[in-house]
Write a protein that binds this ligand. Structure first.
Ligand code: HEC
Length: 470
């Protein structure tokens, strides 16, 4: 158990004198060494993070003060090794390793005075309590931490990215309320979560980066430079690799090694890539191009393009179902200018069926602002028994049974409905209604809307993730 939680559960109000015994044991304070890697990867992001109402630490401390943070160049997304070493040396001067954290100026200066912080900091209050997750990372470093604890408890969350916003909303599927915002990512595009709940990956179209968000702080921890402008993103089920669609000709998919936090390969494919997905069995990454109408299939073991299929129109969202052994059965794919979806047999590598949506009962057709995609959202719930396809024209999600592809339901899901995701228990579907700035929650069994959750500007991509709650 974390030392602060321990204190909290004992109801201990004052930290002074108590902490060293609890968190450095069995080492005495003199034996505690400050860990450079932990500082570099975990503490430095706090200096770069944008907290609401605050200026970033690096803005001020890059210029003056005896506590010096090396400034970043205009296009630099993270500190170099040399800069990190210098920052480490500088910050180390303001801490007493292994001692009561409230004796370290590094920790008390940006902390609210009524929470044990100093009376004045020229940079203001950044942390309102010692339970603030960013402050705790800094305190862990001072206590000698060498690596970040794995989350001890995770919960299912729905992340709604706002395509015209500078934020993404975090929704609790139990209460169907937005419980937080991930900020500081202008033009967030795709989102997926690390399977262990430690972090979230969001593509950043403004900076051409894959932004790694710490699920405990909900802040950007690292921005990984990409080979071009990104669109969507996928993650392998072991959590080790993230695939990013690069929306630039002639076409590529970037591979990010999560452990190294590095862009390790740019895989050439056929056409600028809009969406990339990792199949449920994690054996393939499937990338679709609007420009060349091709589906590109990458083997995740070798990170090579293994086959491609040209369709008769641009590739929009895709989703998959699986055979009983878990391998991929069909790719469901929406196409530019088509109001419905096509079905591709994964083994046969060809189109085997097509479903066109009829006018929705009781709904008027809208043709404004379709952006070439009358249908732009697909999902298969965990039981694999249906496929859900959204229509911007009729503000409706069409539900078809599998494998027979019979329409079994229609649900009104707001203006310009977009992506679809499901809770792992398969009970609830979440759909971003881009025109209403709302995320719809639909009960899968009854096919009834159970909540309309206000989110940000033009919510499109939505994803189920797991996030740490400790
Ligand atoms: C708006 C500018 C500004 C920001 C933002 C800012 N600081 Fe400061 N900081 C100052 C100034 C000015 C001083 C020197 C005056 C003082 O001691 O408060 C200072 C002093 C400090 C000191 C004491 C250095 C010494 O010489 O004793 C520490 C430690 C510190 N800041 C840490 C931080 C951290 C960590 C952050 C971000 C979480 C931060 N500051 C953000 C302006 C800023």
């Amino acid at each position: 158990m974390h030392y602060l939680r321990l204190l909290k559960s004992f109801g201990v109000a004052s930290l002074a004198g108590l902490l060293p015994a609890l968190f450095v044991s069995p080492l005495s304070a003199q034996d505690v060494e400050l860990n450079y890697q932990f500082f570099k990867n975990e503490v430095q992001p706090v200096f770069l993070a944008k907290r609401d109402g605050n200026i970033r630490c690096v803005q001020c401390h890059g210029r003056s003060s005896s506590f010096r943070i090396q400034p970043l160049d205009e296009h630099q997304l993270f500190f170099t090794e040399e800069q990190s070493r210098m920052n480490f040396e500088s910050a180390s001067q303001f801490v007493l390793p292994g001692e009561d954290p409230l004796k370290s100026r590094f920790l008390t200066h940006p902390l609210a005075s009524n929470a044990g912080g100093d009376a004045f900091h020229g940079g203001g209050t950044h942390f309102h309590s010692i339970y603030d997750p960013e402050w705790r990372i800094m305190a862990d470093w001072v206590a000698g931490a060498t690596s970040r604890r794995a989350p001890s408890s995770v919960e299912v969350r729905i992340i709604q990215t706002n395509a015209a916003g500078d934020d993404s909303h975090v929704i609790d599927p139990v209460t169907n309320k937005s419980i937080g915002r991930i900020t500081d990512i202008e033009i967030p595009h795709g989102v997926v979560g690390a399977p262990d709940g430690s972090q979230i990956y969001i593509t950043n179209e403004a900076l051409h980066s894959l932004d790694i968000v710490d699920s405990r702080t909900m802040r950007v921890k690292r921005r990984i430079p990409l080979s071009g402008r990104p669109n969507n993103v996928g993650v392998t089920s072991d959590g080790r690799k993230v695939y990013v669609a690069i929306m630039e000709m002639p076409g590529s998919v970037d591979v990010i090694d999560v452990q190294k936090m590095e862009n390790i390969k740019t895989i050439p494919v056929n056409g600028a890539i809009h969406n990339v997905y990792v199949t449920p069995d994690s054996r393939h990454a499937v990338a679709g191009s609007i420009q060349t109408s091709t589906i590109n299939v990458i083997d995740t073991a070798t990170d090579e393009l293994v086959w491609e299929l040209e369709m008769d129109s641009g590739i929009r969202p895709m989703t998959f179902n699986t055979k009983s052994d878990g391998s991929t059965d069909k790719i469901f794919v929406q196409l530019s200018g088509f109001h419905g979806f096509a079905v591709v047999d994964f083994d046969q590598r060809r189109e085997v069926a097509r479903v066109e949506h009829p006018p929705a009962t009781g709904q008027e057709a809208h043709y404004d602002g379709l952006q070439g995609a009358p249908a732009h959202g697909l999902g298969v719930p965990p039981d694999g028994k249906t496929v859900w396809s959204t229509s911007k024209v009729y503000s409706t999600v069409y539900i078809h049974s599998l494998p027979d592809l019979k329409e079994v339901g229609q649900v009104y899901v707001g203006q310009h409905p977009e992506w679809v995701t499901f809770t792992p228990d398969g009970k609830t579907a979440y759909i971003g209604a881009a025109g209403d700035h709302v995320t719809f929650a639909v009960d899968v069994k009854s096919m009834k809307t159970v909540a309309r959750i206000p989110v940000g500007q033009v919510p499109k991509r939505v994803a189920m993730v797991r996030m740490a709650v400790d």
